[in-house]
Ligand binder design. Structure first.
Ligand code: EPU
Length: 294
C-alpha cells in the first residue's frame, strides 16, 4: 500500500455546503480508486471509524467534528464502456461532480441524467441518497446499470441496479456501508435541443424555487408520502423563523439557512421547533433527510 498523505485535526466545514462543523481526527483526499481502497484498508487495520465525504451537500457535521478517518472523495474518471446508435454505457467515478456529469451528458446528447442538472454533490452521494427530481419523478438510480463497490471485507465487487433497492431517499448503501467506487449509467441518445431545454427548465425551476448562494444543505426533511414538507412548513408561516444564526428559508420552507458562525445547539432548537409545530398541526413526524455526524 502506498503511504497515504494523512492530515490530523483537519477542519471540515469548508468542504460542506452548510459551512458548519469541527475537524476530522484524521483526513485524507482520495484521488483514485486505489486511494479509496487503501484508505478503507488503513482504517480497518487501525480500527478507525471510516467516513466518506462527497460534495458535503447533504451533511451536517457537529461542532465536535468526526472521529477516525474522514476521506474526501476526489476520484475523477469517466469512460465509455459500450455504445451503439441508441445507447451509451458510461462509467463514472464516485467522486465525480453530479452537476458536471449532467451538463456533460446533456451536451453529448445523452439522456438519463438531465434532471440532475444543478444538483450539488458527487455521483457517490447522489447514488447513496438516490437523488431525485419530482417534475417529472426521476431518480439517479433509474439509469444506473452496474456499479463497483468495496465491501466490508475489503473486496471489490460488481453489482447491478437491483442490488441497490432504490426507493425515495434510499439505496442499500445506507445499510451496508459499502463504498461506491464507480457507477455505470445506461444513457440513451436523444435529440440535443429538447434535452438541453429539459436541463435548462430543471435549473430554472431550482433557481426560482430554492435558495441559491447561501449556506444550506438542500432540503432538510424527507417529504412524507409524496407531500412537500416545504409546503407544510410554509402553510404554518414558518418561513423566516430563526434561532441563533439559522433560519427557515424565505424561498422554500424545507431549506434551513446558516447565516455563519452558527452553533449546532441552535440548529437543533430550530429543528425541534419545526418538528413540534408540524406534528401539532398535521400530526406528521418529520424525519431529517440531511445526515448528521455527531
Ligand atoms: N411549496 C410551497 N411552499 C414552499 C415550498 C414548496 O408552497 O415553501 C409548494 C410548491 O409551490 C409546489 C409544491 O410545494 O407546488 C412542491 O414544491 P417543490 O417542487 O419545491 O418540491 P418539494 O417536494 O418541496 C422536492 C425535493 C427537492 C427537489 C424538488 C424538485 C424532497 C424533500 N425535496 O421538493 O429535493 O429539488 O422536489 O424536484 O424530496 C433535496 O433533496 O435536497 C431537494 C431540495
Amino acid at each position: 500500500m502506498s503511504a497515504l498523505k494523512l492530515k490530523n485535526n483537519f477542519p471540515l466545514a469548508p468542504y460542506t455546503t452548510f459551512k458548519i462543523g469541527g475537524a476530522a481526527e484524521v483526513y485524507f483526499e482520495a484521488e483514485s480508486k486505489q486511494d479509496l481502497i487503501d484508505a478503507y484498508n488503513l482504517s480497518q487495520q487501525r480500527g478507525w471509524q471510516f467516513t466518506l465525504l462527497g460534495g458535503g451537500s447533504n451533511v451536517i457535521i457537529s461542532d465536535r467534528g468526526i472521529n477516525g478517518l474522514v476521506v474526501r472523495n476526489l476520484y475523477q474518471e469517466k469512460k465509455i464502456l459500450q455504445e451503439n446508435e441508441k445507447t451509451v454505457l458510461l462509467r463514472v467515478s464516485s467522486g465525480y461532480s453530479m452537476s458536471k456529469l449532467a451538463q456533460e451528458t446533456v451536451a453529448e446528447g445523452l439522456s438519463g441524467l438531465e434532471y440532475q442538472s444543478g444538483l450539488p454533490g458527487t455521483v457517490g452521494g447522489a447514488i447513496y441518497m438516490n437523488s431525485k427530481w419530482t417534475k417529472p419523478e426521476s431518480y439517479v438510480g433509474d439509469c444506473l446499470q452496474l456499479a463497483e463497490l468495496l465491501d466490508n471485507s475489503r473486496k471489490v465487487k460488481t453489482v447491478n441496479r437491483d442490488y441497490f433497492q432504490f426507493a425515495y431517499d434510499f439505496s442499500i448503501l445506507q445499510k451496508t456501508k459499502e463504498i461506491l467506487l464507480t457507477a455505470a449509467f445506461l444513457l440513451s441518445r436523444a435529440e440535443k435541443t429538447a434535452l438541453q431545454e429539459r436541463a435548462r427548465q430543471t435549473l430554472e425551476y431550482r433557481r426560482q424555487t430554492q435558495p441559491f448562494g447561501v449556506f444550506s444543505s438542500g432540503c432538510f426533511f424527507k417529504n412524507v408520502n409524496g407531500k412537500s414538507v416545504g409546503q407544510l412548513i410554509d402553510a404554518l408561516n414558518l418561513k423566516g423563523l430563526s434561532v441563533g444564526n439559522f433560519s427557515v428559508s424565505d424561498k422554500h420552507g424545507n431549506f434551513i439557512i446558516h447565516k455563519g458562525n452558527g452553533k449546532i445547539a441552535d440548529l437543533k432548537k430550530l429543528i425541534a421547533l419545526i418538528k413540534t409545530k408540524v406534528k401539532k398541526k398535521f400530526n406528521i413526524e418529520l424525519e431529517e433527510e440531511v445526515i448528521f455526524f455527531q
